[in-house]
Write a protein that binds this ligand. Structure first.
Ligand code: NAD
Length: 515
């Protein structure tokens, strides 16, 4: 959950820069008098302050977005498509700049930042084909002389509220589709890494998007509530932790909005005894420790069907020993495998979960607590941690940790593993590792989770399918991107029309038609 921190007494890298809003096609300096610190997680220093909007700034952003919508929704499909293609070309050409911005504020290694951009770019590419996806349907002569057809129209001004862990990809799950469909977007990024959104706003302008169609409103709960409560905003797309997702879903619904609110996760990997354990160990390390575990699709629990647990733990431990942890930007051109966590507060929360696991009787096989990285002693680092025999009653098992902590739970059978997955509060992603196709097929049918991997640890669907979990991982019934995305960002109108055939009319004027 996000907490707005006040800057502690620590190094400030330079004269403090203030990261502002993007309203009406320009950076808009905030006059709210409220800011939050933006850290460089690798050094622990405050590198900037981000503006936190007040009500006047929220109103200004929404008024501009309304004007943007009036203009943009009148653009022809061909003109909108030209802007979409230009945006895709610019993003593709300049994505390295964006990757470096993400790393500087989030901490993840640059290649990982690039990975998130590429997954976002997939959605931009999908959205360039929007004319086909927002076509209506036509039924001729539904009744004699009567045609019935449908139109898919944009909603108007739509709000996107995004989390810190994918400052480019998560907004890109939504805005390419929303904009292509003719809406105007107001994006409220995470206050922890707010610069990627501004960079994307400038790129849209270069691509020819009219001012007001893409707005960035920096802020905290006040800005979020402003979007949830405003009658101007027609829909909310939220991604973040489960308690906030539930709050967003309930509040936005109460204000009559369409809502999709994606929440937290606790993703399990079920390893059957016939699986290739070297492959499993490689994938578990990648999916558990990549991006320091700050991924909603990270694997956090390995359910090892005995007798594989001892061998698997040995193989994972060997691989952990080779991981290099450091500044995600790299040192002397060499990139580490894993960067720091987002804040010291979050690092300490992750450590608390390891303390809880230990107190509950689990064995800490590899302990990442207290890791110090040479030359970056004040950075928010936490080492890869491996826990064995985690009791399923422990809060370290039932709650989301969102850090580089992989726990092994030993089970005696496939059924015991599936029961555990299905009894959890979350249902975002899961994976099975096996060479038995029948078992995999049973798994995909029985498991109560929205996204499933078969020998694939992080099954994030491609852009032309849709992304979304079940249970406490998704509130609302619309997933992100794919066909769901286009349905979410358009409203359908059905028209029943009767045009009288001039030949059958009783008057003598045949409408100028020479019969
Ligand atoms: P968060 O819930 O703290 O914040 C998300 C957004 O909500 C931010 O923009 C923040 O400013 C805003 N916010 C925070 N507290 C608020 C409040 N009290 N009222 C109104 N708005 C508030 O989440 P986070 O820490 O930024 O991101 C990590 C979480 O996001 C994890 O739980 C992770 O699993 C989840 N996540 C889920 C998915 C998914 O697809 N299901 C994807 C990415 C991240």
């Amino acid at each position: 959950m996000s907490t707005t921190q006040t800057a502690p007494a620590r190094d400030v890298e330079s004269a403090v820069r203030v990261i502002s809003h993007w309203i009406d096609g320009a950076e808009r300096r905030s006059t709210s008098g409220r800011t939050a610190p933006v850290f460089n997680p690798a050094t622990g220093a405050v590198q900037a302050e981000v503006a936190l909007a007040d009500q006047a700034e929220i109103d200004e952003a929404l008024a501009s977005a309304q004007r943007g919508y009036q203009l943009w929704s009148g653009y022809s499909i061909a003109k909108r498509q030209a802007v979409m293609f230009a945006f895709r070309e610019l993003l593709n050409a300049r994505k390295q700049e964006l990757a470096e911005i993400i790393t500087a504020e989030h901490g993840k290694v640059v290649s990982d930042a690039m990975g998130e951009i590429l997954r976002g770019q997939e959605v931009v590419e999908l959205a360039t084909g929007f004319p086909h996806l927002i076509k209506g349907a036509f039924s001729e002569n539904a009744s004699t002389g009567i045609d019935v057809y449908s139109l898919k129209q944009p909603l108007g001004v739509v709000g996107i509220i995004s989390p810190f862990n994918f400052p480019a990809m998560v907004p890109m799950w939504f805005f390419p589709v929303a904009i292509a469909a003719g809406n105007a977007v107001v994006l409220k990024p995470s206050e922890k890494d707010p610069s990627a959104a501004l960079w994307l706003a400038k790129l849209w302008q270069e691509a020819g998007l009219p001012d007001g169609v893409f707005t960035v409103l920096q802020g905290d709960k006040l800005a979020v509530d402003g979007l949830l409560e405003s009658p101007v905003v027609q829909s909310i797309s939220f991604v973040g932790s489960t308690p906030i997702a539930q709050y967003i879903y309930e509040t936005a619904s109460k204000h009559g909005k369409r809502v999709q609110a994606l929440g937290g996760a606790k993703n399990h990997m079920l390893v059957l005894p016939d699986a290739d354990l070297d492959l499993v160990a490689d994938q578990a390390v990648n999916a558990g420790y990549g991006a320091a575990g700050e991924r909603c699709m990270a694997i956090s629990v390995v359910l090892a069907v005995e007798p594989v647990a001892d061998d698997l733990i040995a193989k994972i431990s060997e691989r952990i020993a080779k991981l290099r942890i450091g500044n995600g930007a790299g040192v002397d051109g060499v990139e580490p495998d894993m960067g720091p966590l987002i804040t010291d507060v979050h690092r300490d929360k992750v450590a608390t979960y390891v303390d809880i696991a230990e107190a509950d009787g689990a064995k800490i096989v590899v302990d990442g607590r207290g890791l110090s990285v040479e030359g970056h002693e004040d950075g928010f680092f936490f080492g890869p941690t491996l826990i064995d025999d985690l009791p399923t009653s422990s809060r370290a098992y039932t709650e989301e940790i969102f850090g580089p902590v992989l726990s092994v739970v030993r089970v005696q059978s496939y059924d015991e593993g599936v029961d555990l997955i299905n009894s959890g509060q979350f249902g975002n992603g899961t994976a099975i590792f096996t060479n038995d196709g029948g078992a995999a097929r049973r798994f995909q049918n029985e498991v109560q989770v929205g996204m499933i991997g078969i020998n694939v640890p992080i099954p994030v669907p491609v852009a032309y399918h849709s992304f979304g979990g079940w249970k406490q991982s998704l509130f609302g019934d619309a997933k992100a991107y794919g066909v769901h995305g286009f349905d979410f960002f358009t409203r359908e109108k059905a028209i029943t029309a009767r045009w009288i055939d001039p030949a059958t009319r009783h008057d003598t004027d045949h409408g100028g038609i020479n019969l």
